[in-house]
Design a protein around this ligand. Structure first.
Ligand SMILES: [Mn+2]
Length: 369
């Protein structure tokens, strides 16, 4: 039984079952379980709920259950080594990658630990690469079934958590909160929204506050801390925090308005912003793509540039970020192009030396849309 009735979840059920089985087996064998999740609201929710579900079953929690976040939407090699370094136990760990781990940027790290004997469950809703799907013991990603990204990590993790521990109080709202943070849409999201019993506007504000708090969480947050952050009873206090965050974002927005470059294409606008030097020190700067993208309405694409990469956001145009990455890889085989995410929101990295060429190519590419 899932929290909502959903054909999509039904199709994923066999994978959920495999994940439950693998996790339960690991627990009974006292194998260390490591949860590594993305550090945005969706990622934190997914890691938090999984930790909560596993907590009840693991005696020696201090050693056998580890949860931590990842600044990037992939499993970093340094994190893999850190996980290996902190590994204690008889059998190599079971690693759950949540809201990350689907594209080949994670492969070097995954392979390192896989060779060591670790097993991976990848629970994610980003576009995936074949090798990641193959190396994981369980690859729980709706894209495998062409369902898109709308069933986000927080939703998948909450359902998985309830299959491991059926009665967890006060968590009905988490899938809607995660989906709101990750801009999910569609019937499943609508249904999660309904059962959350929280108005959409409040969920949006809440997601913003969580983003803010987790941005500054550069240490391992204890479960109690996260409990507070995800508890609907704490909303009044979150309301006050929200005001501070919004004013921070407004002042950044004024600066962006001044320095953004807007170019008109046939049928859409291109917004380009050089990331360097705009509010680098503040939380709000992590919201630059969102702030810039919201400066205009209608069909548009936003590119936030760094010396060696861009992040993109697109609306109402036929832009496919993941497809562009593939094209860039072929066009610029020596520029070390990498990246991933969703079709309409994600990031691309390349050699800084190739930036001018690549940006010119992208501008041309956009003309063809
Ligand atoms: Mn996500």
């Amino acid at each position: 039984m899932t929290l909502i009735k959903s054909e999509n979840l039904e199709r994923l059920q066999p994978l959920f079952n495999e994940a439950v089985e693998l996790i339960k087996k690991a627990i009974s064998k006292k194998r260390q379980i490591i949860i590594k999740h993305h550090d945005d609201a969706d990622g934190y929710i997914s890691g938090f709920i999984l930790e909560k579900a596993l907590f009840a079953h693991i005696e020696d929690k201090r050693y056998l259950l580890q949860r931590s976040s990842s600044r990037t939407p992939y499993y970093e090699y340094i994190d893999a080594l850190r996980d290996l370094n902190s590994f204690i136990g008889f059998a190599p760990p079971l690693i759950i990658l949540s809201d990350l781990g689907s594209n080949n940027q994670s492969m070097k790290a995954i392979r390192r630990l896989e060779r060591y004997g670790a097993d991976f469950i990848i629970l994610d809703h980003h576009k995936f690469d074949k090798e990641n799907k193959e190396i994981a013991k369980v690859f729980l990603n709706p894209h495998v079934f062409d369902m898109g990204s709308d069933l986000c990590a927080g939703m998948l993790a909450t359902e998985l958590a309830l299959m491991i521990t059926p009665m967890i109080p006060n968590i009905q709202h988490l899938p809607a909160l995660a989906g709101t943070a990750d801009k999910s849409a569609g019937i499943d999201y609508e249904n999660y929204l309904k059962i959350s019993k929280i108005p959409l506007e409040s969920l949006k504000d809440w997601a913003l506050v969580i983003d803010h708090e987790t941005y500054y969480l550069r240490f391992a947050a204890r479960p109690n801390f996260l409990e507070d952050l995800f508890n609907p009873q704490k909303l009044p206090y979150l309301d006050e925090l929200k005001m501070d965050i919004k004013s921070e974002m407004e002042s950044l927005s004024k600066s962006v308005k001044e320095y953004v470059k807007i170019k008109e294409y046939a049928g859409f606008k291109l917004l380009r912003l050089d990331r360097k030097g705009i509010g680098d020190y503040e939380f709000a700067s992590s919201k630059l793509p969102k702030i810039t993208h919201e400066l205009v309405e209608g069909p548009r694409i936003t590119l936030i540039e760094t010396p060696d990469g861009i992040s993109y956001r697109a609306d109402l145009i036929g832009f496919k970020g993941v497809e562009l990455i593939d094209i860039l890889k072929t066009q610029f085989p020596k520029a070390m192009v990498s990246g991933g995410g969703h079709e309409a929101a994600g990031g691309i990295r390349f050699n800084a030396s190739a930036k001018d060429e690549i940006m010119a190519f992208i501008e041309k590419y956009l003309e063809g849309l």
